[in-house]
Design a protein around this ligand. Structure first.
Ligand code: ADP
Ligand code: MG
Length: 330
C-alpha cells in the first residue's frame, strides 16, 4: 500500500463553503486523501463538483466568499491552514506551485517573458540580475523554448508556448508538489501531448508530485498513479488509475468512465450520465448521487455513505452503499 511512506500532503476532512445570500454552498464536503512524494494524483468530476475549490484551499489561496470551515491540510508536518502570511508566501513558492486553468492569461501582457522570469528569480534567490537572466534562459530551455524568447511579449507566443512559460515559472524553486488545474484544457491535443511529455520528463528529473485536475479521464489514465472522483463536493471514489478506468465501482465513476471514448478499446456507444449535477444549496439527506443513480437502494435515500477502504482492495476507497453491500456479501 502506498500509505506506508510518509505522505507529502494529507488532506483531512476538508470542507469549503461559499457563503452566499441564498445560503452556504458546500463546494468541498469532507474531502480526505493523501499525496505521496513523487506521486501523480488525478482529480476528476463534472464541472462544478469542487475541484478548483479544493486546489485553491490546498495552498490556502481561497478568498471570500469561500471559507474553509473544517479540516486540516498537512504538508509534510505543517498545517497549511495554520501558517502565518509569511510562512504561506514561502510555502506557496518553495514547496508547492500552481498552474491554474487560466494560466495562459496569468502572464502580464505588457512585460517581456524574460522580465517576468527575472522578477520571480530575484524575489526568491540571492543572485545578480545577470545570473537571474541566465537562470531564466535555462528555465525556458527546460520547458522546450528557445532562450531568445526572453525578449518576447506574451502575445508573441502561442497558447502552448505561454503555458510552457507558466510551467517554467512554477518550476523555478523546484517545488515538491505542483497543482495543475486543467492546465492543457485550452490547448489542442498535439500541443497538449508535447507539454505533458515534457512535464513528465521534468518530473523524472526533479521528482515532484503532481495533483492533476482535469475532466479528461483518458489523459488522466495515461499520467496518474491514482485517480480521485468528485461528485457535488464529495470524493466518491479513489483508487489506482487502472482500477478506476477498467473496473469503476461507484455508479457515478461508472457513468463518467462510460461517457469517455477510449482510443484503443473497441468502438462502443457512449452512455453519459442522466440527470444534472446537484444544486449545492439543496442537498438531500442521503447519498448526493441518489437522484441520478440507477442502483439506488432504500438506505441511500436517508443515509450518506462513508468514504471507506474496500476489503477486497485496500488501495481503493468508495463512498457508496451499493458497493458496501456487495462487499459485505463477498
Ligand atoms: P470545478 O472546478 O470542479 O468545476 P469549482 O470548484 O469551480 O468546481 O466550483 C464548485 C462549486 O462552487 C460550484 O457549484 C460553483 O457554483 C460554486 N462556486 C464556485 N465559486 C463560487 C463563488 N465565488 N460563489 C458561490 N459559489 C461558487
Ligand atoms: Mg475548475
Amino acid at each position: 500500500m502506498i500509505d506506508v511512506k510518509q505522505p507529502l500532503l494529507q488532506i483531512k476532512n476538508v470542507c469549503v463553503d461559499y457563503v452566499t445570500d441564498s445560503g452556504n454552498a458546500r463546494a468541498c464536503n469532507n474531502v480526505s486523501f493523501n499525496i505521496h512524494p513523487g506521486e501523480t494524483v488525478g482529480l476528476a468530476g463534472e464541472s462544478g463538483c469542487g475541484k478548483s475549490t479544493l486546489a485553491f484551499a490546498i495552498s490556502n489561496l481561497h478568498s471570500a466568499p469561500a471559507l474553509i470551515s473544517e479540516g486540516e491540510i498537512i504538508f509534510e508536518d505543517r498545517d497549511v491552514l495554520k501558517m502565518t502570511q509569511e510562512q504561506l508566501r514561502s510555502f506557496r513558492w518553495n514547496e508547492t506551485a500552481m498552474v491554474f486553468q487560466s494560466a495562459m492569461n496569468a502572464l502580464n501582457p505588457v512585460i517581456t517573458i524574460g522580465a517576468q522570469l527575472i522578477d520571480v528569480v530575484l524575489a526568491h534567490k540571492k543572485v545578480t540580475k545577470a545570473e537571474a537572466y541566465a537562470k531564466g534562459e535555462e528555465l525556458l530551455k527546460t520547458v522546450g523554448l528557445h532562450p531568445s524568447r526572453m525578449e518576447s511579449y506574451p502575445h508573441q507566443l502561442s497558447g502552448g508556448m505561454r503555458q510552457r512559460v507558466v510551467i517554467a515559472i512554477a518550476l523555478i524553486l523546484r517545488p515538491k508538489l505542483i497543482i495543475m488545474d486543467e492546465p492543457t484544457t485550452a490547448l489542442d491535443v498535439v500541443v497538449e501531448r508535447d507539454i505533458m511529455d515534457e512535464l513528465f520528463e521534468l518530473k523524472d528529473k526533479f521528482g515532484f508530485a503532481i495533483l492533476f485536475i482535469s475532466h479528461d479521464l483518458g489523459l488522466m489514465g495515461e499520467i496518474a498513479d491514482r485517480i480521485g472522483i468528485m461528485y457535488a463536493g464529495k470524493l466518491v471514489e479513489m483508487a489506482v488509475a487502472t482500477d478506476i478506468l477498467d473496473n469503476p465501482k461507484h455508479p457515478y465513476t461508472k457513468g463518467l468512465v462510460g461517457s469517455f471514448p477510449t482510443i484503443h478499446g473497441p468502438k462502443i456507444r457512449l452512455e453519459g450520465i442522466p440527470g444534472s449535477p446537484l444544486n449545492l444549496l439543496e442537498t438531500p439527506k442521503g447519498c448526493y448521487f441518489q437522484a441520478r443513480c440507477q442502483s439506488c437502494l432504500d438506505i441511500c435515500i436517508d443515509h450518506q455513505p462513508d468514504f471507506k477502504k474496500l476489503k477486497s482492495n485496500t488501495e481503493r476507497y468508495v463512498a457508496c452503499h451499493v458497493v458496501e453491500e456487495l462487499e459485505a456479501s463477498l
